[in-house]
Write a protein that binds this ligand. Structure first.
Ligand code: ZN
Length: 285
C-alpha cells in the first residue's frame, strides 16, 4: 500500500495512492496515520478497508496539496555520514558506529511545499534520504528482528543550515530543525512494496542540475543495523522516523566552492519506488 495525506497544512486527511495512479480519500477508514494507528493493527485494517471501499471512495484531485505522509511522529532520528563518499566530501572520517542526531518534528512538511530559507541563513543545503517509518515499538531489537519493526519507507529531504549545524557549537540539531526542513512523502510505501531497501536509486537536482545521484547500496550501516542500533539507546515508537543519511553531492561539498540555496531555486528529488518531491526555496518573510 501507498499511504498519503492530503489537504491544507495541519488539516490533512488520510488517503491512499492506488496502483492505477488514483488518489483516494480514506477518511471513511476513521484514523489518521499516527502512533495509535501504527501501534495497533492499523495497516492490516486499512488494507481490509481498501478491499471493500477503494472502488467507491472519493477521488482526490491531483491539484489537492499532499501533506507529510504520516501524522507528526514522536521523533525524527537522523543518521550522519552514512554514505562513505559523503563522509569524504565533508572532510570527516568514516564513522565506526552510526552518528545519531535529532531533527525537530515541527520541521515536517508536505513533499511539494516551499522550503523557507530561515531568517539570517546563508548556508541552507539539501540532502536526499531514505526514511524508515517504524511500525512496531522497538527496544533492544536484534538485527535479525529489526525489519519486523518497520512499517515502510518514504522519501525525505533533510534540509540543513550548515553554519548553524557546524559553526555555531554544540549539536547538529540547530542546523536541522527549522520550519519546512523535513519534506516527507509523497507517500509511505509499506515494506512489502520495497523488495530491497539497500538497492534503491536516489537522486536530487537543483534548478535541473543533478547534484546527488547514488544508491542506497552505498550506505555504511543498512536498515536492520540502524533500527537495531538506535533501539539500544531509546525506544522507537510506532510512526517514528529514522532518516538514514545522504549520499555525496550536497552543496557544502561542491567544488571549487560550496553552493547554497537562494530564493527561487527549485529542488527536485526522488527515490526508486518512493516517488518524487519538488520544493521552491523562499526567502524568510
Ligand atoms: Zn541528513
Amino acid at each position: 500500500m501507498k499511504l498519503i495525506r492530503h489537504g491544507a497544512p495541519d488539516h490533512e486527511t488520510p488517503g491512499l495512492l492506488l496502483n492505477d495512479g488514483r488518489r483516494i480519500d480514506a477518511s471513511g477508514f476513521g484514523s489518521d496515520y499516527n502512533e495509535a494507528f501504527f501501534s495497533g493493527d492499523g495497516l492490516e485494517r486499512l488494507a481490509e478497508w481498501a478491499k471493500t471501499n477503494a472502488a467507491s471512495a472519493p477521488v482526490v484531485a491531483p491539484s489537492v496539496r499532499l501533506g507529510p505522509c504520516i501524522a507528526r511522529p514522536s521523533k525524527i532520528v537522523c543518521v550522519g555520514l552514512n554514505y562513505s563518499d559523503h563522509a569524504k566530501e565533508s572532510g570527516m572520517p568514516i564513522p565506526k558506529e552510526p552518528i545519531l542526531f535529532f531533527k525537530s518534528t515541527s520541521s515536517i512538511v508536505g513533499p511539494n511545499d516551499d522550503v523557507v530559507i530561515p531568517r539570517g541563513s546563508q548556508k541552507t543545503d539539501w540532502e536526499v534520504e531514505l526514511a524508515i517509518i517504524i511500525g512496531r515499538r522497538a527496544s533492544y531489537v536484534s538485527e535479525a528482528d529489526a525489519l519486523k519493526h518497520v512499517a515502510g519507507y518514504a522519501l525525505h529531504n533533510d534540509y540543513s543550515e550548515r553554519e548553524w549545524q557546524l559553526e555555531r557549537g554544540g549539536q547538529w540539531v540547530k542546523g536541522k530543525s527549522c520550519d519546512t526542513f523535513a519534506p516527507l512523502g509523497p507517500f509511505l510505501a509499506t515494506h512489502d512494496e520495497i523488495a530491497d531497501p539497500q538497492a534503491l536509486k536516489l537522486w536530487l537536482s537543483v534548478n535541473g542540475v543533478m547534484r546527488q545521484n547514488s544508491s542506497t547500496a552505498q550506505m555504511i550501516f543498512g536498515v536492520p543495523q540502524l533500527v537495531s542500533y538506535i533501539s539500544q539507546f531509546m525506544t522507537l515508537l510506532p510512526g517514528d522516523v529514522i532518516s538514514t543519511g545522504t549520499p555525496p553531492g550536497v552543496g557544502l561539498g561542491l567544488k571549487p566552492e560550496p553552493v547554497f540555496l537562494k530564493p527561487g531555486d527549485v529542488v527536485e528529488l526522488g527515490i526508486e519506488g518512493l516517488g518524487t518531491q519538488r520544493q521552491t526555496a523562499l526567502a524568510f518573510a
